[in-house]
Design a protein around this ligand. Structure first.
Ligand code: SF4
Length: 478
């Protein structure tokens, strides 16, 4: 699980990582002195907002903090080191961070050792940094998405100088491999295959805060996957903002379909997932690779965002409604049992009821297995934020409900088709609803709850589905 020492495994550490390791050791010593003096270890609390990318970054943050000797706090207000890994894709997530920071000001008064750090996408926005400098002076360390690996150095600098440390880069540097990391699950893991995005969808802030697209070398990815397999990982999720353009900036002649085939050959890995796929870059080769690679799950998440070609153009998505539907048909032709899930935005500037009808038409024609539906969130700095005809909230809600009214019954019907059949399920965790139940995932990404002993967690088991709701299935162990 905990891979902070790669030398023994034959990996070459780059110079920057070695530098950070020295800081980690220095801080570890300081934390050991603290323990001797106060008879307790320094504690940490990590709060993660946003997508799987951020969740994966937080695993690295946790790995570094553990290497420095921090242990988990029982709750946030009792922690000595609090870090928020932030998201700026929607306004709610930003407001939550500000709200929590206000509360932490009081908590900090009662714990003289408390340090507060902020990182992630929000920190790449100039207006956020100005607000923090002005209104949240109790924050100790701030860094962005490009220099996560510098966390040990920034903590050390903050201790040395006893003053706030802000280190925000406007551009990415080299990809730093082999940071320590702590995985949430022993049996499944995410692997970044690329960082950043070049697509500039007009509503999206990601290209501005995560930088230009850059792919990791296939050998680095494969080494990581092999190491995870040796460590007992069965399911891998390959992560990128747009995995379908993987390899474009590499010297090696490799694209995502080739990478998928290489990962499929790694012994020990039983399931492969990936996200996210941009429809404009999904190639025939990839569809073929998915159909041929036995370990690739029968699921594709393919965001379509809007059904109206006029809105798709304003969104800068670079495909049409017709192309999207055609693409799904092609995928289903080669992989008939594949489940197709998507993202939908309602309320993009200028979107009318007729435009939403087009979205509803796509939902009906494709028959999605599931969808994340979002109300458009205006993000300062994106082209869409300054577009005319921003849709009033009440109209958006109305259209949003229209979309759900069509979508949910379709998803329910798709779920119903599982009833009476037996599926391979990766048993993931004890159900949050009932501790006698285990929650697991089918290859098609459906969630199933079934009664079983918790010692099956981490295994792929056979489950017969006997009932379903809109968002999950109920099953029994076979
Ligand atoms: S593909 Fe579009 S929506 Fe996705 S991260 Fe890039 S700009 Fe944002």
């Amino acid at each position: 699980m905990y891979n902070d020492d790669k030398e023994n495994n034959g990996y070459v550490l780059n110079g920057e990582l070695e530098r950070q390791r020295k800081f980690m050791l220095e801080i570890k010593k300081l934390n050991e002195d603290f323990e001797k003096k106060y008879d307790r270890k320094k504690t940490m609390f990590i709060s993660t907002f946003g997508c799987q990318m951020n969740a994966h970054d937080s695993e690295k943050i946790e790995g570094m903090l553990k290497t420095m000797g921090f242990v988990y706090a029982d709750c946030e207000k009792n922690a000595d080191f609090i870090i928020y890994n932030t998201c700026c894709v929607r306004e709610n997530a930003e407001n939550k961070v500000y709200g929590n920071l206000g509360y932490l000001k009081h908590a900090k008064n009662t714990n003289p050792f408390m340090k507060i750090a902020l990182c992630g996408c929000m920190m790449q926005e100039d207006n956020v940094i100005q607000t923090i400098r002005k209104k949240y002076r109790h924050v100790d360390i701030v860094f962005g998405t490009f220099n996560l690996y510098k966390l040990p150095e920034l903590i050390y600098t903050n201790i040395e100088t006893n003053s706030p440390v802000f280190d925000i880069w406007k551009e990415h540097g080299e990809i730093i491999e082999d940071l320590p990391s702590v995985r949430k699950y022993k049996f499944k893991a995410s692997v970044n295959i690329m960082f950043g995005c070049d697509n500039f969808c007009s509503y999206c802030i990601v290209p501005y805060v995560r930088g230009r697209e850059r792919s990791r070398h296939p050998e680095d990815i494969l080494n990581e996957v092999r190491m995870l397999a040796e460590d007992g990982v069965k399911e891998i999720t390959l992560l990128g903002q747009n995995v379908n353009s993987y390899g474009k900036n590499l010297d090696e002649n490799v694209d995502f379909s080739k990478l998928l085939r290489m990962v499929n050959d790694v012994d020990g890995i039983e399931r492969i997932r990936f996200m996210t796929s941009h429809p404009k870059d999904l190639s025939e080769e990839l569809i073929l690779a998915m159909s041929k690679c036995g370990k690739v799950c029968s699921h594709i998440h393919l965001p379509f965002q809007a059904g109206s070609n006029r809105i798709l153009e304003k969104m800068n998505r670079k495909y049409t409604k017709e192309k999207y539907i055609e693409l799904v048909e092609k995928i289903r032709e080669k992989i008939p049992d594949i489940s197709v899930t998507t993202d939908i935005i309602v309320g993009f500037p200028g979107e009318t009821k007729d435009d939403v009808d087009e979205t509803i038409d796509v939902i009906k024609k494709v028959g999605f297995n599931s969808a994340f539906t979002f109300i458009y969130s205006k993000r300062t700095g994106t082209p869409a934020a300054v577009m005319e005809n921003q849709v009033p909230e009440k109209d958006v809600k109305e259209q949003f409900n229209r979309v759900l009214e069509v979508l949910n019954p379709i998803v329910f019907e798709k779920n119903k088709a599982h009833i009476g059949k037996i599926f391979k399920v990766l048993a993931e965790e004890v159900s949050g609803q009932d501790e006698n139940f285990i929650t697991g995932r089918l290859s098609d990404n459906s969630i199933v709850h079934f009664e079983a002993d918790r010692n099956i967690i981490g295994n792929i088991v056979d489950v017969e589905v006997y009932d379903c709701k809109t968002f999950y299935l109920m099953g029994k162990l076979v």
